[in-house]
Write a protein that binds this ligand. Structure first.
Ligand code: NOJ
Length: 564
């Protein structure tokens, strides 16, 4: 088995815009992150993954890069970035940057030249992007090349009058997709990557990595995802980057792709793959969709939580990678709602369910990620007005909901339940105005529960969610959970989350109720030698038959003897 720093790392995903505002302009920044590095160190994290920090018009909060060589003025300067890397390293914290390779901003100079035939560099840059001529109906009306639908809702095509063509954007229309079949473009990206590596980063999270190749026959389809996602050739591009850049420079890579088969999973992140070290997959992230809802369809419709499917997804990935690759464990990132609101309960059981989520996640093997605010049980937003939301996706989808017949209130509820903005509101440091995030009105409103849901409060209380995370991270290291072998028990149980993880020195047994009602479990295994390590209720004796209160969770451990 290979053993690299990232295998047992706890990675803190930091959404810089909302982390800490040190220069008092209402937006988080690098100086703010530097000020809080001691906090991250104290929490026990080994690495930080910083959301895109490059120059950007911020249509998609930085995933729309207009210049990879510049730092967004919102976040600071290149000197701040260098200082941040240095200070993080001084604390033995690795730095992972977000690398956006599927698209640029439409304000990137490449696209400015690409779209304008009178631009002196038009010839060179036109093919850095993906263009198609219009189609025409019988009566001569101009139509789009295909009816493919963007991941943010709405069409993937935008008309460009000066060239009489449409360009492809699988996300927002301000994010034109790059043409990975163009070698000049690819080579320029490689130079950019090398430049970032030379800044001293330890790793990259490679954004939208399964979308790099498109079906250049442009067949029709709606939504048509199979024509612009997970096409076989994208592996060639990733392999090339790994072989030429990430591998030789010892750069850790965290890919992002949904729906991989076993073969593909190993292709992405098997130990002998050049593509990535590990992969962020989404199998467990939307286990509560009401597929029958037609007004706010897909992920936007909240349904009953299918607990077995969460366990099955993790199990499936452990099986697929086996001893040939390393898994990733995380509950959510900046693209999903807050986990305590989503899979837990953010009203009566906020503390208990947040701890249950911590217990159930972090005793499973793999590289662990925690998303900013998760460690203090931050909740979804409580916005009452549409214009409190900031995400570009919110606005395309709101229009869509209206067309599908949703009322304003139904649409607002869907947004409060499911929008990405739920995870992006400013961090709650304390109970000062604006939750101590800034002294100025933040770029998006803080959630009103900050006077009670905040770090200061959590740290002051010895049995809080924060202390649970802190202690669990220590135990995770102590028992070497990252390299363990997990076995799910009664995986079909519709309420409970039961598993044990064996490491070379210990066995950890997690017994948890994932629901807001009591449930009973049967543990068909020997319970000898286990002692209680952690729980979110008063201790109860470990038994083969147990009754679990709402969201109750217990973690038991035992040392492994010679014969176990
Ligand atoms: C995935 C990122 O996580 C998401 O936030 C972003 O909008 C898209 N990729 C496009 O870059």
């Amino acid at each position: 088995m290979t053993n690299n720093w990232w295998q047992d790392a706890i990675i803190y995903q930091l959404y810089i815009r909302s982390f800490y505002d040190a220069n008092h302009d209402g937006i988080g920044d690098f100086k703010g992150v530097i000020e809080k590095l001691d906090y991250l160190d104290h929490l026990g994290v080994d690495a930080v993954w910083v959301s895109p920090h490059y120059k950007s018009p911020m249509d998609d909060n930085g995933y729309d890069v207009s210049d990879y060589y510049q730092v967004s003025g919102d976040y600071g300067t290149l000197d701040d970035v260098k200082k941040f890397i240095k200070e993080a390293h001084q604390r033995d914290i690795k730095v992972i940057f977000d690398l956006v390779l599927n698209h640029t901003s439409d304000e990137h100079e490449w696209f400015q030249a690409a779209k304008d035939p009178s631009h002196p560099d038009h010839e060179k840059y036109h093919d850095y992007y993906i263009w198609q001529p219009p189609k025409y109906t019988e009566d001569g009306t101009r139509t789009m090349p295909t009816s493919w639908r963007s991941w943010f809702g709405g069409p993937v095509w935008e008309y460009n009058e000066p060239t009489d063509e449409y360009y492809l954007h699988i996300f927002s229309k301000k994010m034109p997709d790059l043409n990975w079949r163009n070698d000049a473009m690819k080579n320029e990206l490689k130079v950019i990557i090398k430049w970032l590596i030379d800044l001293g980063v330890d790793g990259f999270r490679v954004d939208a990595s399964n979308h790099l190749e498109k079906n250049w026959d442009f067949p029709d389809g709606h939504p048509g995802y199979e024509h612009f996602s997970s096409l076989p050739k994208h592996h060639e591009y990733l392999e090339e980057l790994g072989r030429e850049l990430f591998g030789p420079h010892n750069i850790f890579t965290l890919g992002e792709a949904g729906g991989a088969s076993k073969e593909e999973a190993l292709q992405y992140c098997g130990y002998d793959s050049n593509e990535f070290d590990v992969l962020i997959q989404f199998g467990h992230t939307w286990a509560d969709v009401d597929w029958d809802n037609q007004k706010t369809p897909g992920k936007w419709a909240k349904g009953r939580l299918d607990v077995p499917s969460i366990k099955q997804s993790f199990h499936h990935w452990y099986e697929m990678l086996g001893d040939k690759g390393h898994n990733v464990i995380y509950w959510h990132n900046h693209d999903q709602p807050r986990i305590v609101s989503h899979y837990g309960n953010d009203t009566v059981y906020r503390e208990r369910s947040a701890k249950m989520l911590c217990h159930t996640l972090y005793f499973m093997p793999g590289t662990a990620i925690v998303y900013q605010g998760e460690e203090i049980g931050m909740t979804n937003v409580d916005y009452e007005s549409l214009d409190s939301f900031r995400d570009v996706e919110v606005y395309t989808e709101y229009d869509n909901f209206m067309k599908l017949g949703a009322s304003h209130e139904e649409a607002m509820q869907a947004l409060r339940d499911r929008a990405r903005d739920n995870a992006r509101s400013p961090y709650h440091w304390n109970d000062n105005p604006y939750a101590g995030f800034s002294t100025k009105e933040p770029w998006m409103p803080v959630v009103k529960n900050y006077p009670t849901v905040n770090l200061k409060h959590q740290q002051a209380k010895s049995d809080s969610i924060w202390h649970t995370y802190h202690d669990v991270f220590l135990y995770r290291k102590q028992f070497d959970i990252a390299h363990g072998k997990v076995t799910f028990l009664d995986i079909e149980h519709k309420d409970a989350y039961l598993y044990h993880t064996k490491t070379t020195t210990h066995e950890a047994l997690v017994v948890a109720n994932f629901t807001d009602h009591a449930t009973s479990v049967t543990l068909e295994m020997s319970l000898e030698g286990y002692t209680l390590l952690l729980s979110n209720y008063d201790p109860v004796p470990l038994n083969n038959e147990m009754r679990l209160a709402p969201y109750a969770s217990y973690v038991y451990v035992k040392e492994r003897g010679e014969n176990t």
